[in-house]
Ligand binder design. Structure first.
Ligand code: SF4
Ligand code: SF4
Length: 208
C-alpha cells in the first residue's frame, strides 16, 4: 500500500502579522447596503418548496406515529384530541430542525409543509405555547399565507386553558380554531374514574 505523507504548513506561514491599517478597512462597510434584513418587518422570498412550518390534514392522519419515530430531534409527541379517533402529532418548534423526515415518512401524506418560515413574536414568555404546535389544515395555512404574503406564522395568539385543556388558536385572518387535548402518548388516555362524592351527586341528580 502506498504511503501517504501529510505536509503541514510551518507556523510562520500561518501566523498573521499584526497590522494597524487592516481594522480601518472595515469602514468601507459603513457605506454599503446591509446584507441582513429587519425581521419581522422585512422578509426574503423563500425558494419554491422551501421546508417551512408543518401542516396536517387531520382526516388523513391515522395516528401511526411514524413521524414521531423518525424525528431525530424528538420534537414530535402524539396528542389525543376530543372527537378524533386517532392521536395527531404535536411539534415542538423549540426542538424541530425542519429536516422534514416526518413529512417524507408519513404513509398517508397527512403531514406536509408550507414555505411559511418566520417565527417571531412580541408575546410574553408564558404565551409562547406556540412552540407546541398541533399543525392546522394545509388549505387554511395556504389561505393565510396567500392573504398576507409575508411568510409569518399563521397564529396571532395561542391560549391554553390548563383546567379544561382547551387550546384556542387565534389565526391571523380573524378566525379561531379550538380543540381540546385529552392526553399525550400512543395509548388513549385513561378516563378519570368519578369520585364517591361525584357518584353520589350524579345519583341525586338522576333521582335514584
Ligand atoms: S402525520 Fe402521518 S406519520 Fe404522523 S401519525 Fe399521522 S399518519 Fe402517521
Ligand atoms: S421536521 Fe425533522 S425535526 Fe422537525 S418534527 Fe419533523 S422530523 Fe422532527
Amino acid at each position: 500500500m502506498e504511503e501517504v505523507t501529510f505536509r503541514i504548513a510551518p507556523e510562520e506561514k500561518v501566523k498573521k502579522k499584526p497590522s494597524f491599517l487592516k481594522p480601518w478597512f472595515g469602514l468601507k462597510y459603513l457605506f454599503k447596503k446591509p446584507v441582513t434584513i429587519k425581521i419581522p418587518y422585512e422578509f426574503i422570498e423563500p425558494a419554491p418548496r422551501y421546508r417551512g412550518f408543518h401542516t396536517l390534514d387531520w382526516k388523513k392522519c391515522i395516528g401511526c406515529n411514524m413521524c414521531g419515530q423518525i424525528c431525530p430531534a424528538r420534537a414530535i409527541e402524539m396528542t389525543w384530541i376530543e372527537g378524533e379517533k386517532r392521536p395527531h402529532p404535536k411539534i415542538d418548534y423549540g426542538r424541530c430542525t425542519f429536516c422534514q423526515f416526518c413529512v417524507d415518512v408519513c404513509p398517508t401524506g397527512a403531514l406536509g409543509f408550507i414555505e411559511t418560515y418566520m417565527l417571531t413574536t412580541t408575546w410574553r414568555e408564558e404565551e409562547l405555547l406556540l412552540y407546541d404546535w398541533v399543525p392546522i389544515e394545509p388549505e387554511k395555512f395556504k389561505e393565510i399565507q396567500e392573504k398576507f404574503k409575508d411568510y409569518k406564522f399563521p397564529v396571532e395568539k395561542i391560549e391554553f386553558n390548563k383546567e379544561t385543556k382547551e387550546v384556542t388558536y387565534y389565526l391571523r385572518d380573524g378566525t379561531t380554531f379550538k380543540f381540546k387535548i385529552l392526553g399525550y402518548g400512543l395509548k388513549p388516555p385513561v378516563k378519570p374514574q368519578p369520585t364517591t362524592k361525584q357518584q353520589e351527586e350524579e345519583k341525586k341528580e338522576s333521582g335514584q
